[in-house]
Structures are given as C-alpha cells and as structure tokens.
Write a protein that binds this ligand. Structure first.
Ligand SMILES: [Fe+2]
Length: 473
C-alpha cells in the first residue's frame, strides 16, 4: 500500500469518524482463522450519514458465504467473495502497475483466507488481510468503487447499462453524410487516427479521402491503425481480376453482401480497399456495404425463431480453391469449430456476423437434424433484408478514396465489371483494431463516460472513479 493511499485512508477515516459512527471499525490484528466481521453497521446510523456523503457501507462480512456485501448509496447491494477480493487486489505487490499482470499466485491463496477488516470511503473499499505468519505485516487492498461496480457479479451491476462504444445503425441514407476522414489528418497525428477508428467503431466503416493513388501510400495509411494480417492471400494486396488466389474475389463477377474469411476461426477484423485504376479502365465494379448489425436487429424483430436458429446452429465454412501461389499444397481452410451466423457476447449483445453464401460448406450432421426447412426459410428471410433498398449502400469507388470496414459487422459486395480494375488493400485483426481504439479513447475520448454513468446509477459521484488509481482499475 502506498504512502499516498495510507494518508488518504487516514484522512477519509477521520472524516467519517467525526461525522458519524465508524462504518466498520478495524478490529485488532488477527490470524487467518479469525472472524472478520461481527455485525453490520446499524441502518439508522448509515442512512443519515451515507446519503450526505454518498459513501457505501458494509452490510456484512458473511463468514458462511465467505463474501463481503456492500450497500451502495441508492440501497443496491452487491457481494464479493473473499478470495475474489484477494485474487483481484490491484496494489503493486499483487498486480504489476506497468504490465497490468497478476502477481498474486492464486494457487497459494489459503482457501480459508478472510479479511480482518474492511472500510468504505467515498472513493472505494479498503480490505485488510491478516498478518502473514511471522511477518508481522498486514496487508491492505484498495478497490475504487468504479472497479468494483464494473466487475461486480453478485449481482452484476453493469448489466443493462449502455455501453460507451455506442454504435449507430445506418441505412443507405447514410450516403448523404458518409463518415470520412482525410489522409492528411490520419498521417499527421494520433488524434487523426482516433477520429478514423472512432468512425469505424461507431458506423462500422469509414472513407479516407485524399490518398495518393499508390500502393505505398495506402499501406502506410492502413499501418496507422495496426500491423497487417497476413493470410494465404498475402499481406498487403495489389491485384486485378486474375483468379491467381483461387477465390471469386479475384474475378469480375457480382459478389452479394458477405463477410470475409468465415472459414477462419477468427475472421479478419478490418478490411481496406483502395482503387488504383482510373474510371476509364473499367465499367461497373461498384462497392456495396450493408450494416449487418442493423439487418440483424430487423431479422430478430421480424423472425425471432429464425434469429435464434441463426444464433445457435453451427454453419460450416471453408476455403478450398486451388492455384494459390502462396499455398502450393492447396488451401484447406475451415474454422476449428463451425460458428453460427450471429455471435453474441456474454451479455447477449451481438458482436459478430458471419455470412458468406459462397464459402458456406456442406451443412449437415446431428445439429441440423430437423432444421433444414427452417434454415432455408431463414436464408430467404435474411437475404431479403440484406438485399433491400434501404440496407444496401452502393458507391462508386474512386482513386484517392479508400473504404475501410469492420468485417465482423459490415457486409460488403461488388457489382460485376468489365475491363481492368486494380485494387489494393489489406486486413487487420479485430483484436488489434479494438486495442487501438481503446488506447486512443483513453488518450482523446470521453474515457470515463461509461464509468460515470455506472457510478451515478447507484448514487456515487464521479470522484469515486479513483482518480490517479484508475490506471489499475
Ligand atoms: Fe469479400
């Protein structure tokens, strides 16, 4: 525990003790077997003081359940297991402040470990652990309220709270105001990159205008976000329609809205295209974008049963084209585990659409028994939404303007073309994109907006985010 934190805790304790009975007096130092909390603070004492100070209180240290329960200023209670508290201690001796890695060896935490004391302040919860045998050294863990609330689980207080990365779902009307940044601003500053990735996060795509029409400038541009993901198509592509990679993308035929690389366990995250040939070189080849999250939200409303099917049924996918220069033994890609069309996070929020009719493998097997009729009905209903006028954003590609999109959300396609159409571009991993976005949000964005909403929902003030301690919250 730092000297700064000790000073702060003493000052906070003094404040609380002069204004009302102590929330939880610290008992004498005891060994591991000692019972840490004998009784709850009387409610009457708590109510008058905490409402004025917006300080949560400890309701109980429940030895039987081995949990510590705190009551937040709005009356909401939430509990933390003793071992969870020790395991998630953010103090420098338990959690490396620079690498953000756990230094606690969870295996060595005694199964019967119990805190000897716990104190609430307006900023957070301090838990005191018993002396280690013979060390004469007790140990405090401080947790900012924002940290506890964000990671609470009994119950999870964050559930249902609006996320910071609010996505804007769009129709083809977005053509009147396309999310765009300039090459110059992206290349000049980190703030420019932030403006770019923020648009990709919000809309699922962004244009970049004013790019010198060369592969070199385009590659430099995309590397402003992260390194390129190399695949069996190569790293940075510069190609025309020649089928040398054994894929219809390298042809001149119509491509319906789809997501790429459904045959990877982790499909590519971002995809950038930049046209390098003039208008006169080809006819057609317009670019198609569809907001897959918006389409999915409509599908869910109009066909809830089919949405459920598309969210659970594993759909095989593969890449097996021959003739790839980079894979002389052929390409035999398939994900380790076939995934559904719609994939959700642990809170049930849609996070990934995987849809590629051309690359779909042979459907069948035990999971498909009795589902075939529904599946084909679902394909028709889903495609009808994807191909509707309001869903499809068609645009003519231009030299000097690149389009980049989130392949986990936005489907893309292309009209057929004649002539020579030279494109360049690359993939970026989704993890690397989100890491870059998060880092730039911390630097330039309203990083605490989500935490502020969480704290305020339960009656806490923004100062409870933890100030300087946020870096390890
Ligand atoms: Fe594609």
């Amino acid at each position: 525990m730092s000297a700064r934190l000790r000073t702060l805790q003493k000052a906070t304790s003094a404040l609380l003790q002069t204004s009302r009975p102590a929330l939880q007096p610290r008992p004498p130092r005891r060994h591991l077997s000692a019972k840490p909390f004998s009784s709850a603070t009387p409610r009457s004492a708590h109510n008058s003081a905490s409402s004025a100070l917006a300080v949560p209180r400890i309701v109980q240290g429940e030895s039987a359940a081995r949990t510590l329960t705190v009551e937040l200023p709005n009356g909401q209670q939430t509990s933390f297991h003793y071992l969870w508290l020790r395991d998630h201690c953010r103090e420098p001796r338990s959690y490396h402040p620079a690498t953000k890695q756990r230094l606690v060896d969870t295996f060595l935490i005694p199964a019967d470990l119990e805190p000897t004391a716990a104190n609430c302040s307006s900023e957070g919860l301090t838990v005191t652990w018993p002396e280690r045998e013979g060390s004469g050294d007790s140990y405090d863990s401080f947790f900012p309220w924002s940290f506890l609330m964000e990671h609470s689980y009994a119950p999870a207080l964050r559930k249902g709270l609006e996320k910071a990365d609010r996505k804007v779902l769009w129709t083809s009307e977005i053509s009147e105001n396309l999310p765009t940044v300039t090459y110059e601003e992206v290349m000049e500053s980190e703030k420019g990159v932030y403006e770019w990735v923020k648009r990709i996060g919000t809309y699922g795509f962004s244009l970049v205008s004013g790019i010198p029409p060369t592969p070199e400038a385009t590659e430099e541009l995309i590397r402003r976000i992260a390194f390129i993901r190399e695949t069996h198509y190569g790293g940075f592509w510069d190609f025309t329609a020649d089928l040398k990679h054994g894929d219809l993308a390298y042809s001149d035929v119509l491509l319906q809205g789809h997501t790429d690389t459904t045959y990877f366990t982790d499909p590519c995250g971002l995809q950038l295209f930049h046209l390098l040939s003039p208008d006169s070189s080809h006819q057609g080849g317009h670019n198609l974008l569809i907001d897959g999250f918006r389409a999915a939200s409509i599908f869910k409303k109009t066909h809830p049963t089919l949405y459920e099917l598309f969210s659970t049924l594993p759909v095989p996918s593969h890449a097996s084209g021959t003739g790839s220069e980079s894979s002389p033994s052929g390409v035999h890609m398939a994900p380790l585990v076939p995934k559904p069309v719609f994939n959700h996070d642990e809170n049930g929020e849609l996070v990934q659409v995987r849809w590629n009719g051309d690359d779909r493998g042979v459907v069948g097997g035990p999971a498909w028994e009795g589902k075939m009729d529904e599946w084909f009905e679902g394909v028709r209903a889903w495609e009808a939404i994807l191909r509707s006028k309001e869903a499809t954003l068609w645009s003519k590609m231009e030299m000097g303007t690149a389009v980049i999109f989130d392949n986990h959300r936005v489907l893309h396609g292309r009209s057929s073309f004649t002539g020579e159409r030279r494109l360049c571009g690359a993939y970026i991993n989704h993890d690397d994109f989100r890491s870059r976005l998060k880092g730039l949000e911390k630097q330039f964005g309203e990083k605490s907006a989500e935490k502020e909403r969480l704290l305020s929902k339960y009656g806490l003030k923004s100062s409870s985010i933890g100030g300087a301690r946020e870096e390890y919250a």
